[in-house]
Ligand binder design. Structure first.
Ligand code: COA
Length: 262
């Protein structure tokens, strides 16, 4: 794995994946994007891992795309730029659709692609120091690859403002528009994220995976008979699943379900 990433997995299955390029404010270039994607895929495939905490070292959470790399890419062809941008698209998709819950501990500022990473996590805790900005248009760029995730998270109205203004917004604003769920002092953000991760170990791993998938399936869809039918089928399947049966039996027998780890 890259030296710019660090993963620590607890015996209970909480993996903390830390962006460790503090000197460059955790900006990511093509190599780091590929390494980060591979590491997320590895954690997703590892049955010992139940929850992924995404954290960062140093002052900033992430300064987004490495601007030196962006500048270098100008001398490449459009096809090469497309292939390159698709690597970032794969990273965002991988994080967004990870089958395990993802909890972000945002200890400092996040810009551009850094906001994209935050938007792709299920639960987000951030410090008062965590400023946010979609600065791309200041650099003559656009927040293209991250836009589906950011727009879905904060909505079109806020996205229109912050995409064109490129202004910095504070953690309270980020919380108000839905990018951040809770705010904690800087040195308590990672412990808070980990304590939430520990609480998620009480929930059924397969149920959480399916519940997360359900959000993707129903979000922004018109509520119609097909959707209602689909949701009824989803719960019917879940009730008879191994985990559904174990959860209901454990409740009625007044014992913890067999997936609980302490
Ligand atoms: N890509 C590449 N290098 C970056 C970077 C990025 N996105 N962000 C910061 N760095 C580098 C700086 O170039 C500097 O390198 P140097 O020491 O070789 O000069 C180093 O990180 C420290 O940055 P500096 O600007 O001196 O620190 P700061 O604390 O004053 O400011 C930031 C930190 C993150 C606010 C500022 O660097 C910044 O605005 N970066 C751009 C963020 C951005 O717009 N990202 C979106 C990209 S689409």
């Amino acid at each position: 794995m890259s030296t710019l990433l660090h993963t620590e997995t607890s015996t209970t299955g909480i993996a903390t994946l830390t962006l460790a390029n503090a000197e460059r404010h955790n900006a990511f270039d093509d190599t780091l994007i590929v390494d980060l994607t591979r590491e997320l895929e590895r954690l997703d495939a590892d049955p010992a891992v139940r929850v992924v905490v995404l954290a960062a070292a140093g002052k900033s959470f992430s300064a987004g795309a490495d601007l030196g790399w962006m500048k270098r890419m100008a001398s490449y062809s459009e096809a090469e730029n497309l292939a390159d941008a698709q690597k970032l698209a794969k990273l965002m998709h991988t994080l967004d659709t990870l089958s395990k819950p993802t909890v972000a501990a945002v200890q400092g500022p996040a810009y551009g692609g850094g906001v994209g990473l935050v938007a792709c996590c299920d639960m987000v805790f951030a410090a008062p120091e965590a400023l946010f900005a979609l600065t791309e248009v200041k650099l003559g760029l656009i927040p293209a690859v991250i836009s589906p995730y950011v727009v879905r998270k904060i909505g079109a109205s806020h996205a229109r403002r912050y995409f064109v203004s490129a202004e910095r917004f504070d953690v309270q604003t980020a919380q108000r528009i839905g990018l951040v769920h809770d705010i904690a002092p800087r040195d308590e953000v990672l412990p808070l994220a980990r304590s939430w991760a520990a609480q998620l170990l009480i929930n059924g791993p397969e149920s959480m995976r399916e519940a997360k998938r359900l959000v993707f399936e129903v979000a922004d869809r018109p509520i119609c008979s097909e959707l209602n039918q689909h949701c009824a089928e989803r719960i019917a399947r879940q009730r008879v699943s191994r985990e559904g049966q174990e959860g209901l039996t454990a409740f009625l027998e007044k014992r913890p379900p067999n997936w609980v780890r302490h």
